[in-house]
Design a protein. Structure first.
Lengths: 161, 550
């Protein structure tokens, strides 16, 4: 069964495969860890497929800066319910490096964090099935927000702009 | 004060609905203890020794009489008839039932209150000077800026899962009544080189097990950049602050390990991107916020001497529990929550309701919470202070001890808090029993005693002129004493005088410290000044010269 995820507000089958899932599939878009990307960068770029890289919380976003234009997906991994670095990674990718591709939240991603993640620029979420069902509603948790961020397209307005 | 419009109201109601759903999922077994912990903490709900504890936000300590009445009503119907005011100018309920918390929050929402971000690793309630707007020595009223920060920090999408909690204090006066130098970030309104008002920004202060005085990150920040600069500081902290060790996770540890120069360099580098147009503080918006804090309709009054010819009791209260106001004919009046036989900061449901009525009658319907766990009526006509005092006196709210030894800051301690090593409230009681002679208290003058039941330092013991820290010694409650701390503009950390003392010996220890002070003081020297001049040594010698023999 393909992975289901929330992409641009809709529940869809995941087109992408992680390297561990990629055996026998040389054309599907491929997600790599930063280490996999760094050790075989030229080899991956030579392949005719879309590429993505997932950052761990401690990784500096700047490590991907030279390759932003070559990546169709960047992921930020959340190691548990207290992890929060991915929120800053996402905003830096969107705002400073103008990353326009799929920005995916992976790891510990739950409906309760979805609104904040989406506001930081994530548009793709790997959620457990139970949370996937309620994810669209979770994106509409609040109708208003007090601060500007990266949330074009979310169903709420800025308060006191 | 700031009033919600329909949008603020909607946001808070949506939060209530969200938390109701989270509570339901937890009770239904859909969320684990740990998962729910992260969610409930961001809404002020702790699971404590006896019951949950709910902390309700009071932004920069400002309450309307309607809100105070609602807090009293909640205390009666959902708790055991009282609440506890904290050093973050908030209120805590110690006995709510978990399943009733969503209903409490729904009632709070109706009076424009909430428990958002009153705990957890996020930006907490912004605190300020309780004399904001009325003190004669103020450059500018800090409250519009506090409200701006409150709004910006509420549900900030990037900074809701920080390495650790984050506390901001804003002051606009020469005297620092908000302990801003021991905050993660201190914001001081200052005049810049061209005479314009802006901010001095401090970072890296804090108490807890590693007390540190904050350092200046930027000497002058133009006002339009306040939020973008805070965002830069928070982003550096969110990415670089330690997450591997809870005791090293506050921003003070990051600032200390990088050094202030390098920390500043990183913040300023980040600021280049956060300074984008969207976060510029708009003149119109700050003017709109200022409009909420316009002075009330003061009457044109002469200055009078209300204490003249009145009883000694009133004169003492007037001297200690009221303070100067910038408008002639007015005083700011402290409501002491430090009655000797009551836990410091506690107030009952009926007292809250009475105070709400009195605020309507005497102080334009507003009440403030001080970080020293008292309440304040900011705008009382001098000629009405006597009448007000008579009512307060009957209600047990006129203990004339503001700024004296018995006006102690005190955490809930072992009686309520699951983190505490030792009791605080019972030690406060012992101290009150020992020092019950007001002539002696007044002779001692300004003296700040601060007490924490564990090294988390909720009672700010490091910055007490006398600090008392509860420690666990093989299952017994002992107390480490520090002297020479201060939280004001001349902030300093207290020094430990020696080995900790047994609970029953705490009053005798304090008595000996005060003996040295009385013997050695010069005219107009406070206890703190004598400690600073002489050092710890003579105090230490006296305390440990002979057993305390309580």
């Amino acid at each position: 069964m393909p992975r289901r995820l929330l992409l641009n507000g809709r529940i869809v089958d995941d087109d992408w495969v992680y390297l561990a899932e990629a055996e026998g599939n040389a054309s599907a878009p491929l997600i790599l860890s930063l280490a996999e990307w760094q050790t075989g960068r030229d080899q991956w770029l030579a392949q005719d497929r879309r590429l993505g890289v997932v950052l761990s919380p401690a990784h500096k976003v700047e490590l991907l800066a030279p390759d932003i234009a070559r990546l169709a997906l960047i992921g930020a991994d959340f190691s548990g319910p207290s992890e929060g670095r991915g929120y800053s990674q996402a905003r830096i990718l969107r705002e400073r490096w103008k990353f326009g591709g799929e920005l995916r939240a992976t790891g510990y991603v739950r409906r309760d964090q979805l609104f904040f993640m989406a506001r930081c620029g994530f548009n793709s979420f790997e959620l457990p099935d139970t949370d996937l069902k309620t994810a669209q509603a979770a994106l509409a948790t609040f109708s208003w927000a007090y601060q500007p961020s990266n949330d074009v397209g979310l169903p709420f307005k800025l308060l006191h702009p | 004060m700031y009033r919600y419009d329909l949008t603020d109201k909607t946001l808070v109601r949506e939060r209530v609905a969200q938390f109701r759903d989270q509570t339901r999922r937890f009770l239904a077994g859909e969320l684990t203890d740990d998962e729910f912990r992260h969610l409930r903490l961001r809404n002020g709900l702790y699971i404590q020794r006896h019951a949950p504890m709910l902390r309700v936000a009071i932004p920069y300590g400002l309450l309307s009489s309607t809100q105070l009445r609602a807090l009293g009503s909640i205390a009666r119907r959902y708790d055991r008839g009282y609440g506890h005011f904290t050093t973050r100018q908030n209120i805590q309920y110690n006995w709510p039932k978990l399943e009733q918390v969503p209903d409490i929050l729904a009632e709070l929402a109706e009076v424009e209150m909430h428990a958002i971000q009153t705990s957890g690793n996020c930006i907490r309630n912004t605190t300020s000077d309780h004399l904001a707007g009325v003190t004669p020595e103020e450059l500018e009223d800090p409250r519009p800026w506090c409200e701006l920060i409150r709004q910006w920090s509420t549900f900030h999408p990037e900074f809701t899962y920080l390495p650790r909690k984050f506390k901001i204090a804003v002051t606009g006066a020469a005297q620092d009544r908000a302990a801003s130098q021991v905050h993660d970030v201190g914001v001081h309104i200052v005049r810049g080189p061209d005479g314009e008002l802006g901010f001095e920004i401090l970072a890296g202060g804090g108490l807890g097990r590693t007390p540190i005085i904050g350092q200046v990150v930027r000497e002058f920040l133009p006002r339009r950049h306040l939020l973008s600069y805070l965002e830069a500081i928070l982003r550096v902290y969110n990415l670089e602050g330690r997450r591997d060790n809870i005791h090293k996770a506050r921003i003070k540890i990051l600032v200390k390990s990088l050094g202030i120069e390098e920390f500043r360099r990183r913040v300023e580098a980040e600021w280049i991107s956060t300074r984008a147009e969207g976060l510029r503080v708009d003149d119109a918006e700050i003017a709109r916020l200022r409009g909420f804090f316009n002075p009330p309709a003061y009457r044109n009054l002469p200055n009078t001497e209300p204490a003249a010819g009145k009883s000694t009791a009133f004169r003492a209260w007037y001297r200690y529990n009221t303070t100067a106001h910038k408008v002639p004919g007015y005083r700011a009046v402290y409501i002491s929550l430090k009655k000797p036989d009551v836990a410091p900061g506690d107030v009952t449901d009926s007292q809250m309701e009475l105070l709400a009525d009195l605020a309507d009658r005497y102080s334009f319907g507003e009440v403030r919470v001080t970080h020293t766990q008292n309440l304040l009526f900011a705008d009382v006509e001098q000629d009405e202070t006597f009448e007000l005092w008579q009512t307060l006196e009957k209600a047990g709210l006129a203990t004339p001890n503001i700024g004296t030894l018995t006006d102690m800051i005190c955490c809930p301690g072992l009686d309520f808090c699951s983190l505490a090593n030792a009791g605080s409230i019972d030690v406060a009681k012992l101290i009150n029993e020992r020092f019950d002679d007001y002539d002696y208290l007044y002779d001692l003058g300004e003296l700040e005693v601060k007490m924490s039941g564990c090294m988390n330092a909720c009672g700010h013991h490091h910055v007490g002129h006398i600090g008392i820290l509860g420690v666990d010694k093989s299952g017994e409650e002992w107390y480490q004493i520090t002297i020479g701390g201060a939280a004001g503009a001349d902030a300093s950390l207290g020094e430990v005088i020696g080995p900790s003392v047994a609970k029953l010996d705490v009053p005798e220890t304090i008595a000996r410290l005060l003996e040295v002070y009385v013997e050695r003081r010069q005219p107009d020297e406070r206890f703190l000044d004598v400690v600073r001049r002489l050092g710890v040594k003579p105090f230490k010698e006296r305390v440990y010269a002979t057993p305390a023999a309580a």
